[in-house]
Design a protein around this ligand. Structure first.
Ligand SMILES: [Zn+2]
Length: 345
């Protein structure tokens, strides 16, 4: 049964939040290093001698308040310096998985960008092993990893990273992705990398249509042959592209609050999520970098309900979309859809 926005409103905001927290959820686009719970990040900073300008976790939260993109990149690099030893990766992954469990996120496909840490002397196999060890401590959350090859390092480096990742893909690394500067490193540079990844058995996604416009999405589809689009928020600037996404049911990993925080879209009211949904695009809703943006999956769905008039049934559809668009085996997917659907009733 479809409930109107007014009916939802009558029961008050707290009821809505409770419901959103309670229901089982899945997420396909979040970056592990952008999703470290603040108290775990705080502990890591203390481990390496602390920072006098950060007297408390609250001050740390304040520092992570998004200002602009250069500041965001600066912060990204700053926090990475507190991930130095393999045990730090286990520690943060453990905290991350616990945080997902608290929100009843049962399944997630999560990006990790090893290349930045390789430059600090760490090795790709041990990085992924350490992360997997941390994730395994919370068996109620199933996490598949996606190796983000980071486009800013160019195609040769991406290929090298891919080959290293391939050696340990049995550690639950389902696929590859491509984050970073969309303007300077377009999809057209990476077809060889994606072809080889497919031959190795990896599933594929690429960030596109976030900073750059529809041509980057077309490039990801035609040059890279991706199965999903990371973000794709700007796809609607080209109606033909939107039609294509609908026709081929290519899932978008939309991250609405991230788009507002990074200034890709001016306000949540102006976000095209409603238009894409009504048109029949296969949408999934995601948080991207919750540590940096201060959002949660509950906040994302709340915004859709309160600002864009999504009903509870719409939210259920979006949650099941995330399972359907996931890279789980058909058998496991069916099982999870059944489990979720029963609990969402
Ligand atoms: Zn992302």
């Amino acid at each position: 049964m479809t409930e109107s926005r007014a009916e939802l409103g009558q029961r008050g905001d707290e009821d809505l939040t409770d419901w959103l927290v309670r229901i089982p959820k899945a997420e396909l686009h979040l970056h592990l290093e952008g999703a470290i719970p603040l108290d775990a990040m705080w502990e890591l900073i203390q481990k390496y001698g602390g920072d006098p300008s950060l007297p408390s976790v609250e001050a740390l939260a304040e520092r992570f308040q998004f200002r602009d993109f250069p500041h965001f990149l600066q912060l990204w690099i700053w926090k990475n310096q507190f991930l130095r030893e393999y045990e730090d990766f286990t520690y943060m992954s453990q905290a991350f998985a616990r945080c997902l469990a608290q929100q009843n996120i049962r399944y997630a496909e999560v990006f990790f960008s090893p290349v930045r840490f390789v430059d600090e002397g760490l090795e790709i196999p041990r990085l992924f092993e350490s992360i997997r060890a941390g994730l395994s401590s919370t068996p109620e959350v199933e996490v598949a990893l996606i190796a983000d090859l980071v486009r800013d390092y160019g195609p040769d480096r991406a290929l090298g990273t891919l080959r290293d990742v391939n050696e340990i893909k049995d550690d639950g690394i389902f696929g590859i992705g491509l984050g970073g500067g969309e303007h300077n490193f377009p999809p057209e540079l990476f077809p060889t990398v994606y072809r080889e990844a497919r031959e190795m058995g990896f599933r594929t996604t690429a960030h596109a249509g976030e900073a750059a416009g529809p041509p980057s999405v077309w490039g990801a589809i035609h040059e890279l042959g991706v199965e999903r689009i990371g973000h794709g928020a700007r796809s609607g600037e080209d109606e033909t592209l939107l039609d294509y996404l609908v026709e081929h049911q290519i899932p978008l990993e939309l991250c609405p609050i991230s788009n507002i925080k990074t200034g890709v879209i001016d306000s949540i009211e102006q976000h095209p999520v409603r238009r894409y949904f009504d048109k029949g695009v296969l949408l999934t809703i995601n948080t991207d970098d919750p540590m940096m943006f201060g959002n949660s999956l509950v906040d994302e769905y709340r915004a859709l309900i309160e600002v864009h008039g999504f009903t509870k049934d719409d939210v259920k559809t979006l949650i099941l979309n995330a399972v359907k668009a996931s890279w789980l085996s058909d058998e496991r997917k069916e099982q999870l859809v059944g489990e979720f659907a029963a609990e969402l009733e």
